[in-house]
Design a protein around this ligand. Structure first.
Ligand code: IMP
Length: 179
């Protein structure tokens, strides 16, 4: 795969190789296995961006897990967060459960903040966040993120599940926008 790609009007350069992503996903799975040993956490996958990350992560995990999905929409077709988040949950019983939210990227934190607020109303036993990517320079709301794959610069990224206007999710590597 070439190092510079074009999606619609934007150019992106390779940021994280598939080998690096694989290695980090394994490390995260190992930590989660250790932290949740003897428990049966629910991996709550945020659609659609975390699909590929969650699929790889759960296959690296050894402890029993249940996977559920939730839709948390914030961006629409734009490149920046608007602070408006729509959460659509499946009818799942989260009462007394250990939840690990599997997210593709935390940017401003609005999405996670809204989602956690919503999930708390179901009285789970615990809620933690596992995000593949984190843009620390963009965070606006205070958030405790237990598992972070990579901290990255505050630029738009695509690939490995992340999209630009619904394109680029199937790229095996992660690409960052260039001017
Ligand atoms: P936040 O609410 O600002 O933290 O944004 C989180 C959501 O915005 C993620 O779940 C993504 O769907 C989307 N997002 C944030 N940054 C990017 C990016 O660089 N590429 C693709 N989607 C992004």
């Amino acid at each position: 795969m070439e190092d510079i790609i074009q999606i619609k009007e934007l150019s992106f350069k390779k940021l994280l190789s598939k080998e690096l992503i694989k290695k980090r996903v394994k490390e995260l799975a190992k930590r989660i296995d250790k932290d949740y040993c003897g428990k049966n956490p629910i991996l709550l996958l945020t659609l659609k961006g975390a699909i590929i990350f969650a699929a790889d992560l759960m296959r690296e995990m050894k402890i029993p897990t249940q996977i559920e999905t939730i839709i948390a929409k914030s961006y629409g077709m734009n490149l920046s967060s608007e602070g408006k988040v729509e959460v659509i949950e499946n009818p799942i019983n989260l009462n007394d459960k250990d939840i690990i939210i599997i997210e593709d990227i935390v940017d401003t934190g609005y999405t996670m903040q809204s989602l956690i607020k919503r999930l708390e109303s179901f009285n789970p036993s615990s809620i933690e966040i596992c995000t593949l990517l984190f843009k620390p320079k963009n965070i606006v709301v205070p958030l405790q993120i237990k598992y972070i794959g990579f901290e990255i610069e505050p630029l738009f990224v695509v690939g490995y599940g992340l999209d630009y206007a619904e394109e680029g999710r199937n790229l095996r590597e992660i690409y960052i926008k260039v001017d």
